[in-house]
Design a protein around this ligand. Structure first.
Ligand code: ZN
Length: 156
């Protein structure tokens, strides 16, 4: 975008930064009911494709039984998540949840609530501005079906 400005009888043409916007959906179908998938590389591909160098990136699960969260890519930690979430909201017996009238995923809604819906990451100099060891994960709590994750990036 350009703006023409007049000052002391001189005319200046100023190049204003133009805000860009990018949107993409990622797809997942896990082979197990629960899974933790590192999606950092896929999100970085989106950022590259967007051409945005400075701004904010939002990444969210589009389903209410899945999460997107940031943590360490360490298998012990993921096993600990699994144990901890099963203690908080055990999958079985299914009839312990009022939600499970026609469904069996009451536990998955609760697990998603604890692990969160989305992450927002600063984009600096064309890269995800992470702290040490930060990686983005898709957390699936009611899998074996087609699920979507949204990536939205705004900036310049
Ligand atoms: Zn449900």
């Amino acid at each position: 975008m350009k703006r023409v400005t007049q000052l002391n009888n001189s005319i200046f043409e100023i190049q204003l930064p133009t805000m860009k916007s990018y949107r993409k959906e990622l797809f997942f179908q896990t082979e197990t009911r629960r899974a933790y998938i590192n999606i950092t590389a896929q999100v970085e591909d989106c950022l590259k494709e967007s051409g945005i160098r400075e701004g904010l990136l939002l990444c969210n699960a589009m389903h209410i039984t899945a999460s997107v969260f940031i943590n360490d890519d360490e298998s012990g930690l993921h096993a600990d998540f699994e144990k901890w979430l099963e203690k908080l909201a055990p999958e079985k017996p299914h009839n312990q949840y009022q939600h499970n009238g026609y469904e069996d995923n009451g536990d998955a809604h609760l697990k998603r609530q604890v692990m969160g819906r989305e992450v927002v990451v600063a984009v600096t100099n064309g890269r995800l501005d992470f702290g040490p060891w930060e990686q983005i994960f898709y957390g699936e709590f009611d899998g074996m079906r087609y699920k979507r994750v949204l990536v939205k990036i705004i900036g310049e």
